[in-house]
Design a protein. Structure first.
Length: 205
């Protein structure tokens, strides 16, 4: 196997084994919340100093806690359904009048086609996983910023004038992540529908 093939296999495993989804979709937003709370509670200088002095064990613990924090953010998004939707738009119970069990059953049926059918290519699976990755990363990042902004306002209210530009950028980023999340929810649904349709046509012929 050549070096190029080896790199390609490693890159493929990041998608097929959902490693990137955990790193960017959960751990990164969770770390954003943890670091943001640390900075708001003490100072940016102290937070940087703590990072410099942390050993490998501390970083591993931080990574685990960040992953759990990101998972918690996603749980909040799934429960609310307003700020973040982890089901595609057409399966939203508010829009279709379906029960949650019916919506999940339809969605899982199409996912089964993606996961188990030999007619689905590796490229299609990677494209789908990329959309899920962006959807989760953007949605959880939006929730992370929504969590941090009131914390910073409360903890650093006397410094509001100095922090106003950063808070303004955070609000803009939050809106951008929110729009990106919903856009990729739609793209994920459209791609899954196309894959299911093509697979059905192959079976029919």
């Amino acid at each position: 196997m050549s070096a190029t093939d080896s790199i390609g296999s490693v890159f493929e495993s990041f998608y097929t084994r959902h490693i990137l989804r955990d790193l960017l979709g959960k751990m990164a937003p969770g770390a954003l919340v943890l670091v943001g709370v640390r900075v708001a509670s003490w100072s940016a200088h102290q937070a940087i100093q703590d990072m410099k002095e942390a050993n490998l064990g501390a970083w591993l613990v931080f990574a685990a806690v960040a992953w759990l924090a990101g998972l918690g953010l996603q749980g909040i998004g799934e429960i609310s359904g307003r700020w973040c939707r982890y089901f595609p738009v057409q399966y939203c119970t508010r829009e279709k009048g379906k029960s949650r069990n019916q919506a999940e059953a339809e969605f899982q049926a199409k996912l089964t086609v993606l996961d188990s059918n030999t007619g689905v290519t590796t490229e299609q699976r990677q494209r789908f996983e990329r959309l899920v990755l962006i959807k989760e990363a953007a949605g959880n990042a939006c929730l992370a910023l929504l969590t941090l902004i009131p914390i910073v306002l409360t903890a650093r209210w006397p410094e509001l004038f100095r922090l106003a530009p950063g808070l303004g950028l955070a609000v803009v980023a939050c809106v951008g992540f929110w729009l990106l999340h919903f856009d990729n929810v739609r793209r994920q649904d459209e791609l899954l529908a196309k894959i299911s349709e093509k697979t059905s046509q192959r079976v029919g012929t």
